[in-house]
Design a protein around this ligand. Sequence first.
Ligand SMILES: *Cc1c(COP(=O)(O)O)cnc(C)c1O
Length: 410
Amino acid sequence: MRTYTELSPSPRTIMTPGPVEVDPRVLRALSYPILGQFDPEFTSYMNDTMEMLRSVFQTNNKWAFPVDGTSRSGLEAVLASLIEPGDKVLVPIYGRFGHLLHELAERCGAEVTTIHAEWGSVFDQDEVISAIERAKPDLVAIVHGETSTGRVQPLDRIGPACREAGVLLVVDAVATIGGIPVKTDEWRIDAVIGGTQKCLSVPSGMAPITFNERAESKILSRKRVERGIRPPGYEEPDGLGARIQSNYLDLAQLMDYWSPARLNHHTEMTSMLYGLREGLRIVLQEGLEARFERHRLNESALVAGLEAMGLPLYGDPDCKMAVVTCVTIPEGVDGESVRSMLLDQFGIEIASSFGPLKGKIWRIGTMGYSCSRKNVLHLLGAFEAVLLRHGAKVNAGAGLQAALDVYESK
Ligand SMILES: *Cc1c(COP(=O)(O)O)cnc(C)c1O
């Protein structure tokens, strides 16, 4: 009989845009005993999680809870619950995840209009606002931090413009939540989807979301109670909108589950909820402002180091995302070979990119627990050595000195 070795994953330095390293406190939380999903002790943990999510999303929304599944499940739950077949949806696209929103909206039966900004840049908010005036959509879906290109889209004027036009605004903040400010209420966003395995530093497997009353009323207008749990004599109200196509990702049902009704839907992911609760507790203990500042500081040191080495950064610097730094792969250097050597010799993982940027850039994440001085300095030293080994021209010795200058001036 074949035997298998004991599971023993190597400790890595993960400098990708996710999944990133996880605080040992979160790993410990994942190992605690299982509670039943309706055990009052467990439902109190669910309520704590909702409360902490409201703080992280900077919102007073009643609804803030995780969807069980990776971040994509949160995107799909929100879009499937808010878009009825035939609805008009506008998707501004400036990278891979904008294309994902387009695809998801299409699968919901929307009539989708897209506008495009060149990869490596973002939209001037006025361009989006005039597209809203032209297309008159029911809903706008846009990415806040586009990890494929390392850019961040300002939203502070798009939100109020949507509100004024009576359009629902859905934002993919999967990569930004917990790393840079996501001001749900101030920016007038109707529904926001966050991610766990990026700046929150919790393993992949849940998608925290929040939405306001505008989104709620659209969802409730489509609400059905699942056949097997209807009370005796239940009659479906007249005049409902189109039934939400997904059962698993039906926010109307999830709302019943996450409210005092605790109406059974799926079995909540006990261990993941412990992990998320602990991860959020760590975020709030650090404090949002201090956490954003830590991300900015490590970004500055990383960027100073890369520039001092003489490496060209990719993309428009005015809209650079603090938590992802993209480096143009120098001519004649095999990007994948550099990544392999970083992993094999130094235990460091960085990312490549997708689509038109495949083979063109490396992406270095500074997210959550991975976003530390130790990791930035370790990466810069290793990167220099590996690049020299690959015959690239770098200013040997300059990178670490520049990064140390940034840290020491703080
Ligand atoms: C990572 C990411 C996703 C997808 O997240 P999964 O957890 O892999 O489903 C979606 N949008 C953005 C902007 C991301 O960075």
